[in-house]
Write a protein that binds this ligand. Structure first.
Ligand code: HEC
Ligand code: HEC
Length: 430
């Protein structure tokens, strides 16, 4: 009896082994086909003074009009570089913004030439031309050339915008001298005047003028401008928020043992029956320059101002409700999900893709979620708007959203395991 029993076990484990090898074979084949390369680490910035300055500025509340908010308030490294809120709260805590704060992982990759969910801050590295919501920075001959000369990327240009958004860091007119400025350029000048008189909150023994001049030895005190702030914060983010050691990244680097069998099966669904790979491409499974509509329900502070994403920025109705395909790096750590925090966990996101129109028309904000919000919220549920949102996702560019995926429960579970476990870098999972 015993030997037979033993050999059955051996045989079973052989079959398991064979299928595990085969799974790797299939996955590696697909990885090659979709050209998914491991995330490349940015080399350390040789200008350490610039990175140090950026670190101080990233958590500096004195950059905000009422000295209450810093970048870190909404992009907290302890909570996956986000605020864990569906929609970020305004500077005074009394209202909410229209969007969910995205994570900042690998935000400094060279491939990122635009910023925000709708790509409204853009940089063309070939021509050094910016396209932003501030005219004075835009085009080949920008009016505020002294500022654009210090900005070297979309990331550095992005950093100067939260400073002049009333509900993000600026505060309201009448509340502080920066918010009282007549326009962005004036507000940015006033921020510089203020910060020159300050010491970093993180290290009161230092002094900002000295730190700026160390980081920018070619510049003099009177030439300092908001571009120097943006570039320093970008240098810090580029280095600090790197994440490339998840099981998935180690698998991409060649280690077949880095992912469990369940994680691998999830990845197979991701590239196969889920069609997720059609949009979530590249090293980070997203956050390139691809924008798409997946018919996410729209909601926000009442009365609702409808957010049409890239369509509003480009004034192009064919792009209505298009948003950047987000990266899935450390996705477990950055709930809630989508540009407006619609979904609270990954299993809801998977349900969304499995039944896009059903999830769209049945979406509601629960009383419990409403209670956590400082203002009354509303869902865009008028039939005409639902039709527009649905049609945007059916534009023909993305045929995978045309039919229900009809994933098996097992496939959904594997997909969730893949996203929750395999995409999480232990360094950030605190
Ligand atoms: C009140 C909360 C809040 C504050 C403060 C804040 N952010 Fe954000 N951040 C957001 C939200 C919300 C978005 C998405 C906005 C959008 O796409 O329209 C965002 C987007 C970004 C992005 C774009 C990421 C991407 O992948 O496109 C970067 C980078 C960023 N913030 C960095 C910063 C920096 C640097 C500061 C400080 C100067 C800052 N944020 C201050 C909430 C905040
Ligand atoms: C047609 C392109 C497309 C396809 C196919 C697609 N996605 Fe997405 N995905 C997006 C876009 C665009 C967003 C952002 C949508 C929004 O904010 O409204 C997104 C958002 C997400 C998010 C939330 C990320 C965050 O940071 O909030 C997750 C998770 C996700 N997708 C997983 C998947 C999975 C799993 C699949 C396959 C079942 C899939 N996606 C298929 C384009 C796509």
């Amino acid at each position: 009896m015993k030997p037979v029993f033993f050999s059955v076990l051996v045989l079973l484990s052989l079959i398991n082994k064979a299928s595990a090898d085969e799974l790797d074979h299939i996955l590696r084949n697909r990885i090659e086909f979709y050209n998914i390369r491991p995330i490349e680490k940015n080399p350390p910035n040789p200008n350490r003074d610039l990175v140090t300055l950026g670190k101080f500025l990233f958590s500096e509340k004195n950059l905000s009009g009422n000295r209450r908010m810093s970048c870190q308030t909404c992009h907290n490294p302890a909570t996956g570089t986000t605020d864990r809120l569906p929609l970020s709260q305004s500077e005074n805590g009394k209202s909410i913004l229209a969007r969910n704060a995205p994570s900042l992982f690998n935000v400094g990759l060279k491939t990122r030439t635009s910023m925000f969910w709708d790509g409204r801050v853009k940089y063309d590295p070939k021509t050094n031309v910016f396209t932003t919501p501030e005219e004075a920075l835009n085009g080949p001959n920008p009016k505020a050339r002294e500022i654009t000369e210090s900005l070297k990327s979309a990331l550095s240009a992005q950093a100067i915008f939260p400073l002049v958004a009333h509900n993000e860091m600026l505060g309201e007119v009448g509340e502080n001298e920066i918010a009282n400025a007549g326009n962005n350029l004036e507000a940015w000048d006033r921020i510089i005047e203020r910060i020159k008189k300050e010491s970093p909150t993180m290290d009161p023994t230092e002094n900002y003028v000295k730190l700026f001049l160390k980081a920018y030895p070619e510049t003099s005190e009177d030439k300092l401008n908001i571009g120097h702030v943006g570039e320093a914060i970008a240098a810090f983010q580029r280095e600090e928020f790197q994440s490339n050691d998840s099981p998935f990244q180690r698998y991409l680097r060649g280690n077949n043992k880095a992912m469990t069998v369940a994680q691998k099966r999830g990845f197979a669904v991701f590239m196969g029956r889920g069609h997720c790979i059609n949009c979530h491409q590249g090293s980070e499974l997203g956050k390139g320059e691809l924008f798409a509509s997946v018919a996410t329900p729209e909601w926000g502070a009442a009365p609702l101002v409808l957010d049409r994403g890239q369509g509003d920025v480009l004034k192009d109705i064919k792009r209505n409700f298009f948003y950047r395909v987000p990266s899935l790096v450390n996705i477990k750590l950055t709930a809630p999900y989508m540009h407006n925090g619609t979904y609270q966990n990954l299993s809801q996101v998977i349900e969304h893709y499995d039944n896009v129109s059903g999830m769209l028309v049945s979406f509601k904000i629960s009383q419990e979620r409403q209670d956590q919000m400082p203002v009354k919220v509303a869902v865009a549920n008028q039939q005409a708007i639902l039709d527009d949102i649905w049609l945007a996702s059916q534009s023909g560019l993305f045929p995978e959203l045309k039919n229900r995926l009809r994933l098996l429960e097992r496939e959904k579970r594997y997909l969730e395991i893949f996203m929750e476990e395999a995409l999480t870098d232990p360094k950030w999972d605190k």
